[in-house]
Design a protein around this ligand. Structure first.
Ligand code: MG
Length: 249
């Protein structure tokens, strides 16, 4: 069942989403040459806790950190580490979420470290564009497939790969709720969108190829061909006046 949220619930999710977005900003400010992903994770955790919230990824199904930090060919769920030190030209996908007063927020952004290659820059642009194309379709009367298709349509002409194993999702009292929101699909298919649905839309796009591999650490997902991957995500609410992004600073 897909929850339809009351105004009060939307405000609560909005509070958690705002903390999540601010945490992502904190992470982005630290994506610099010489900084380890462990240091970024520490800053994210400290910030979220300072807001009276909790990092929702910490201990989620045993995840050992507060943020997922995935560098270059890592797609998602990268475990922060003192051994992963950022270098000029890296791209860093950071996923942060907070739970506050029982409600969750979730968002992600791929940051550049210094000057990145033209390929990397284009990948980031198209993935972010795909996110907003998806958000634009989150209107009353549309279906989940319209969001999925808008994302697919944005990236396919460039020859990019779409990660198929992982998808967007509903957000509320739980980090992951119904419905699933694939980043590919046919328009006019899937559940109909109604006012009060809160959704995390999150394209995960590869430089080429859809295939991913699971690392033996049990978490990190990388592209199978070693190409770069990008990840942008917002938590939004469907309203009678169109989609509203909740993960805004
Ligand atoms: Mg998510």
């Amino acid at each position: 069942m897909i929850s339809l949220r009351t105004q009060r619930e939307i405000e609560k999710i909005g509070d958690a989403a705002k903390i999540s977005a601010q945490a992502l900003k904190v992470a982005g400010e630290r994506c610099k040459v010489g900084v380890s992903t462990w240091e970024i994770d520490q800053a994210v955790r400290k910030f979220i806790v300072s807001q009276g919230a909790e990092p929702n990824f910490l201990h989620y199904q045993g995840f050992p950190a507060s943020a997922c930090i995935s560098v270059n060919d890592a797609v998602i769920h990268g475990i922060p580490s003192k051994d992963i030190v950022l270098k000029e030209g890296d791209i860093v996908s950071v996923d942060t979420g907070a739970v506050y007063n029982g409600y969750h927020g979730d968002n992600a952004f791929t940051f550049k470290v210094g000057k990145v290659s033209e390929n990397a820059s284009k990948l980031l642009d198209v993935t972010e564009k795909a996110l907003y194309a998806g958000v634009e379709q989150a209107v009353v009367g549309n279906r989940i497939g319209d969001i999925s298709h808008a994302i697919e349509k944005t990236v396919l002409p460039g020859g990019y790969g779409i990660v198929r194993e992982f998808v967007g999702h509903g957000v509320g009292e739980n980090l992951h709720e119904e419905p699933e929101i694939p980043n590919f699909g046919r328009p006019g298919r899937g559940p109909r969108l109604m006012a009060g649905m809160v959704l995390a839309i999150e394209p995960m796009i590869n430089e080429s190829g859809d295939e991913v591999v699971h690392l033996p650490d049990g978490w990190t997902i990388k592209t199978a061909n070693g190409k770069l991957s990008a990840h942008f995500e917002h938590t939004i609410v469907v309203t009678n006046n169109g989609p509203v992004i909740l993960t805004k600073v």
